[in-house]
Ligand binder design. Structure first.
Ligand SMILES: [Zn+2]
Length: 434
């Protein structure tokens, strides 16, 4: 397997990653391209778009001038901060409740609404519908969280049409950030096609309705995109803030923790050292483990690659993170097997045909072994030349302790989280009891 000479991504990373002649991946090049953008000019463009929509809402007598699709995470907090506090908009927050909430996620969503004084519409899917969809899509494409992606990418558009709010404001373009799917120069906007192709793995809700799945049309209502006529008539557009402002997830997380009460995790997580991302969703570990079972890499690869691109972590330190986390079987797998009515054997059997033969090999005794790992590529010829300058703001430094978990291998201090001021949230649970 070929690995990026700068970060840790393998050549089979999804969505499609491309390596250039220096052996550097398209995600690293996307990150680098931020330096070439005139951000003052970009921010001006953003102000123009927002101004226009504020005027349109005023003329239409609509109290809301934009929609922010939120989960309650760090990005939701930062998006709401920008739109409400910095740009003086009156956003309607819209969320899709996927039923796999962590207590921390529920606490953060409540915090978001109360701290920014915004209105929120929350669609809660029936747990039985979620179970059926989860089970079916796990078997079909190895994804038990299809309904999240479909829900958060679709339900805000239903609200847009119903409440006649034509502007939807997303945070970062996630796929661009990971593997450089698009360029900053393109200034892409949200489309129904990318939603289906990337977020929903090529499936529209009607594709789920059949005898095998037992899913009925009533159970896929939140995933039905408005008609082209409805979208056009209202002139709905979805923009990404990361095209207009210099996006730096770590700085933004730190900012909303310190100023707006967003709470990160405060203890070691099973599949990554990063404490401020994916806080709302306890299926994420299983979702991420599935990525590992299919393609041989997981969230530690994602998170460490981001640190490496920012120069906060060396590639060698990143490799240590991959060795620590990427292969770990999450304990929440038991919860989901029970919820889906599956045995562990069935689970692994279902996933077997999805394992990428470029990375996985089945031994005669039936066990699967990864044929390669980034740990075998520390001394690849291009690595030295591809290195980014290191910054003083180290991932595992004293002042970043509330953002990244260190097990002591990289420092000798006991882990404490000075910024954590969470009220007791352990009793709040939604639908699925662990
Ligand atoms: Zn890379």
């Amino acid at each position: 397997m070929e690995y990026c000479a700068r970060c840790l991504y393998p050549a089979n990373a999804k969505p499609t990653i491309i390596f250039d002649e220096q052996g550097v991946c398209s995600g690293c090049r996307y990150h680098e391209s931020r330096q070439r953008i005139d951000w003052v000019e970009r921010e001006k463009l953003l102000r123009e778009i927002l101004e226009e929509h504020r005027r349109r809402a005023w003329e239409a007598g609509n109290p809301y001038d934009c929609i922010i699709p939120v989960s309650g995470g760090k990005d939701s907090h930062y998006q709401t901060y920008l739109l409400k506090v910095v740009y003086g908009m009156n956003p309607l927050l819209v969320t899709y409740n996927h039923a796999f909430n962590t207590p921390l996620g529920i606490r953060n969503l409540n915090n978001l609404v109360s701290r920014f004084g915004c209105d929120l519409i929350r669609f809660t899917a029936s747990p039985e519908a979620v179970r059926k969809i989860s089970r079916y899509m796990l078997k079909k494409v190895g994804d038990l969280t299809w309904h999240y992606h479909a829900g958060i990418r679709t339900f805000p558009f239903q609200v847009a049409v119903k409440y006649r709010i034509p502007l939807i404001v997303w945070g970062e373009h996630g796929f661009a950030e990971l593997t450089g799917l698009v360029t900053l120069e393109d200034m892409v906007e949200f489309t129904k096609w990318t939603r289906q192709e990337h977020d929903m793995r090529g499936f529209e809700p009607e594709d789920l309705i059949n005898e095998e799945s037992g899913i009925t049309w009533r159970e896929v209502v939140p995933y039905q995109y408005p008609s082209d006529e409805e979208i056009e008539e209202l002139g709905v557009r979805g923009i990404y803030l990361s095209n207009f402002v210099y996006w730096n997830a770590k700085e933004q997380a730190d900012f909303v923790i310190k100023n707006y009460g967003f709470a990160p995790f405060s203890a070691r997580r099973e599949r990554s050292f990063l404490l401020y991302g994916k806080t709302d969703d306890h299926a994420n570990d299983v979702h991420d483990y599935l990525k590992y079972l299919k393609f041989g890499y997981g969230r530690a690869t994602d998170d460490a690659s981001m640190e490496i691109r920012h120069g906060r972590m060396t590639r060698e330190e990143g490799v240590e993170m991959v060795k620590l986390y990427d292969h770990v079987r999450p304990s929440t797998l038991d919860t989901y097997l029970k919820f889906l009515g599956l045995s562990e054997e069935e689970f692994y059997e279902w996933i077997e045909p999805m394992r990428d033969p470029d990375i996985w090999e089945k031994k005669v005794d039936g066990t699967w072994v990864a044929k390669d790992t980034v740990a075998n590529h520390i001394y690849d010829p291009w690595v030295g030349a591809a290195r980014v300058p290191q910054v003083a703001d180290r991932t595992f430094s004293e002042w970043n302790r509330h953002l990244y978990y260190s097990d002591g291998r990289f420092d000798n201090q006991a882990f404490t989280n000075p910024w954590l001021r969470i009220e007791s949230h352990n009793e709040q649970r939604d639908f699925i009891v662990l």
